[in-house]
Design a protein around this ligand. Structure first.
Ligand code: NDP
Length: 527
């Protein structure tokens, strides 16, 4: 493990990885491969907890490979985890915020030290390529640190207010933001580190205790995050990690009156169901929802075509199109349409597809059989309604035989086709031509989602784009990614409309406050 400490992954090195990164990744991969298939417990009140039923976590690039065996938790485990979190809530809330910050910073440091191990696990269970896997871990540590920074910058959110002018009295007012109590974090498969660890870090720094439930496809990464919390010395019961189906274990958590607040990241349909069920409690509780996206890029005739093509291909097909921020709609002004589409197709066809742990791989498999099936169905629909410009098939020969490999696909279909509005969440993007910028903007905004959006054109046009686009994270002229690649402290991440409920982006100035409620303390004495 010692070699892991000699290299630190940062925002800058993500784009320009040194050779040492690959050496350390390969070493971690060898260690993990030698120890695969183990059974992992849940962590409740600091103890390893086993359920009667188990489930297997398999490698989506080769489904013969069992990565680990995990616990199929049920309603009893939900109850036990919430009870542990409740028991620890008072003590943690009354722990001085500086101590909480110190413990969370320590957890982030441990994640830094374990970056390569965790990055490998992310490639194995999600199918992320090397840089995407490592990036997810680095982002998690930075999200946690960002919450710590905000706590410090705001002096623990304890602020003196004005003294009201009462004759004969001195009236002192203080605003204090305090934790809600027990916080539930439910995360999706695609960023199991950042979307478990980021909200968990915010909840914990703010002084809430935690129950964390990852997606069934990706239980391992979140287990490692829980281990980092433990190793950092965060007290037993303050963090709890449970695994099992969303429909049973997850639903039991949602229906419990013991949950004081929730952060759910996942699909629109599941999120809206959770929103409605959670609203059945005795009173309104904070509900942070981070949901799907259908992210457009608009490219004008004045755009740098090469920058646009590179950015679009990265954002359409990074993580096999399974990012909430994936660039799934590409709107191109007519005079540059043919040239840009040809270049996008050319770059797409150069993408390397294979084992996500291989250094040369850009696209790994999609996460599971359901996504593999979805891809084939969408391709069938698109073929029937329009033209597949590249891709449009699953890969089944040789090294692809045992995995869920899909060729990255660009399709041209009329704007009234339903897949222009439906989040497909596989490596398929649609392209369309426009004559007037206003028409492109109308199409871009004509969906229930509003997560990210990209633009390529002049700076003056970009200003118009920012003024009119309905999305929480917007980018112009960015070859690093048309709609993806947000980083805490730089591009805080969150959605508008059906993409998010809070209107405040994670890794930004206003996020941590969502995990606390305000108390005004007024004390009066005679002058
Ligand atoms: P899902 O909505 O299928 O699942 C998300 C989580 O919810 C999983 O842990 C799942 O558990 C759990 N769950 C499912 N049903 C219930 C229930 N009834 N009660 C409680 N929990 C439940 O999403 P995916 O994992 O497929 O993730 C992809 C989706 O996430 C996409 O729509 C994507 O856009 C969105 N997303 C949004 C982001 C954002 O920041 N806005 C970021 C990343 C992804 P189980 O796996 O056991 O079913």
């Amino acid at each position: 493990m010692a070699s892991d400490q000699s290299f630190k992954l940062t925002y800058a090195t993500m784009f320009n990885p040194p050779e040492l990164l690959h050496e350390q990744y390969d070493a971690a991969l060898a260690r993990i491969k030698a120890d695969m298939g183990r059974e992992y417990a849940m962590l409740i009140d600091g103890k390893e907890v086993f359920a009667d039923e188990k489930f297997e976590n398999r490698f989506p690039a080769d489904t013969d490979v069992v990565l680990g065996v995990f616990q199929k938790g049920n309603a009893e485990h939900a109850k036990a985890a919430l009870a542990a979190a409740r028991k620890a809530a008072r003590g943690w809330a009354h722990t001085p915020w500086q101590e909480r910050v110190a413990l969370l910073r320590k957890a982030a440091e441990i994640m830094d030290r374990r970056t390569f191990e965790m990055g490998v696990v992310l490639s194995l269970e999600v199918g992320k390529n090397r840089m995407e896997g490592l990036g997810d871990v680095a982002e998690t540590a930075d999200l946690i640190r960002y919450s710590c920074d905000r706590m410090e910058a705001n002096n623990g959110f304890i602020n003196p207010m004005g003294q009201d002018p009462l004759t004969g009295y001195v009236s002192k007012n203080t605003s204090v933001l305090k934790p809600y109590g027990v916080w539930l974090v439910i995360s999706p498969f695609n960023f199991p580190a950042a979307l478990s660890g980021g909200p968990s870090g915010a909840a914990l720094v703010a002084g809430n205790t935690l129950v964390m439930k990852p997606a069934t496809d990706t239980p391992w990464t979140s287990r490692l995050i829980a281990e980092c919390f433990k190793e950092a010395g965060i007290p037993d019961g303050v963090y709890n990690y449970v695994t099992g189906p969303g429909s049973t274990l997850g639903q039991a958590l949602i229906e419990s009156p013991e949950v004081d607040g929730i952060t759910f990241t996942g699909s629109f349909d599941v999120g809206m169901g959770i929103f409605r069920d959670f609203a059945q409690g005795r009173y309104v509780r904070p509900t942070i929802l981070e949901l799907g996206g259908k992210n457009p890029a608009i490219i004008t005739k004045n755009a740098d075509i090469e920058a646009a093509a590179v950015g679009i291909v990265r954002s359409a097909f990074g993580l096999q199109g399974q990012k909430c921020s994936a660039n799934s709609r590409i709107l191109i002004e007519s005079p540059v349409y043919d040239r840009l589409v040809a270049r996008i197709v050319e770059l797409t066809e150069k993408l390397s597809i294979g084992d996500p742990t291989d250094r040369a791989t850009y696209l790994g498999p999609v996460v599971n059989k359901g996504s593999y099936r979805d891809y084939q169905e969408f391709v069938g629909e698109l073929k029937a309604a329009g033209k597949i410009l590249t891709g449009g098939k699953v890969l089944t020969d040789g090294e692809y035989a045992k995995g869920y490999f899909c060729a990255p696909t660009i399709a041209e279909v009329p704007y009234d086709h339903r897949l222009w509005k439906h989040e497909m969440f596989v490596p398929i993007s649609t392209v369309g031509k426009f004559e007037k910028l206003e028409d492109a903007m109308a199409i871009a905004n004509e969906v229930d989602y509003g997560l990210t959006a990209g633009f390529y054109g002049t700076e003056e046009e970009a200003k118009w784009f920012f003024d009119n686009i309905e999305a929480g994270v917007t980018y112009a002229n960015r070859p690093m990614g048309s709609t993806t690649g947000a980083w805490p402290g730089f591009q805080p991440f969150g959605g508008w409309k059906g993409s998010g409920s809070s209107g405040k982006n994670a890794g930004g100035l206003h996020y941590l406050q969502l995990y606390m409620h305000e108390q005004i303390q007024n004390i009066v004495r005679k002058a």
